[in-house]
Design a protein around this ligand. Structure first.
Ligand code: ZN
Length: 237
């Protein structure tokens, strides 16, 4: 972990994302304390660096920590108290993990409610990275199976509440959806990005492909963009 932080610094990567881990045979409290103790040691060993370590929310399977928003807030409090470096702590919000972990994102109203809850229980200013993934598994299933945007149990409308949230506008967003190319040769990432750009209005921050027009909000609420061909393999991180 120390090595990863050093590599991020060398490469000018501002955020390092990782899962909190599992408490296995100990207790939830002991697990949280161990993470805070590890951060204390890590930040001590890398005290001249400014890389922000971001804990990612999880589906909460088994004894894995970090599903509950209040638990992420508790980790933030423990870590900032142990290290005195709140500016080096952040959270990565993964839409698939939240949904499968029980925070239902399957409509615009539901996803707005989840984001309001995240804001109330943690604070959206702590969210430094967003992993944008649909979910193959049902809301609350505690199963971590990523799917193309709009083709899973979240569905396209639910992403508007997250990607279109004003507080997350400048936050980096990463697709962890299956990779490959559609039958027409279009990269699946491009197809997935086009769907998400529809929530950014008419001026996407970056065009995915030169000369490609971003779909307008009106066009995409009436007719969904064509489904990309499914890729082989799967992303489950
Ligand atoms: Zn993720």
């Amino acid at each position: 972990m120390e090595e990863e932080i050093r590599r991020c610094d060398l490469l000018s990567i501002p955020y390092l994302v990782h899962h909190p881990g599992a408490f296995t045979t100990s207790s939830r409290e002991a697990g949280l304390d161990r993470i805070a103790a590890a951060y204390k040691e890590l930040f001590k060993r890398t005290k001249t660096l400014s890389v922000v370590s971001c804990l990612e929310n999880t589906v909460g399977s088994g004894s894995n920590l970090g599903r509950d928003f209040t638990e992420l807030a508790a980790l933030r409090d423990l870590i900032t108290k142990a290290t005195g470096r709140p500016e080096r702590f952040g959270v990565c919000f993964d839409t698939c993990h939240a949904h499968a972990g029980g925070y239902d994102l399957s409509s615009l109203d539901k996803s707005r409610a989840v984001m309001a809850q995240l804001d109330a229980e943690l604070g959206l200013s702590w969210v430094k990275v967003v992993h944008v993934n649909d979910s193959k598994a049902a809301a609350g299933s505690r199963r971590d199976l990523h799917e193309h945007i709009g083709e899973g149990t979240i569905g396209l409308p639910g992403f508007e509440g997250v990607v279109g949230h004003p507080a997350l506008r400048g936050v980096p967003k990463i697709l962890e959806t299956p990779k490959g190319e559609g039958t027409d040769g279009t990269p699946l990432d491009t197809a997935n990005l086009r769907r998400l750009y529809s929530f950014l209005g008419s001026t996407p921050i970056n065009q995915p492909v030169t000369g490609t027009k971003s779909p307008s909000r009106r066009a995409t609420t009436k007719a969904r963009t064509p489904a990309p061909t499914r890729a082989r393999g799967r992303a489950t991180r």
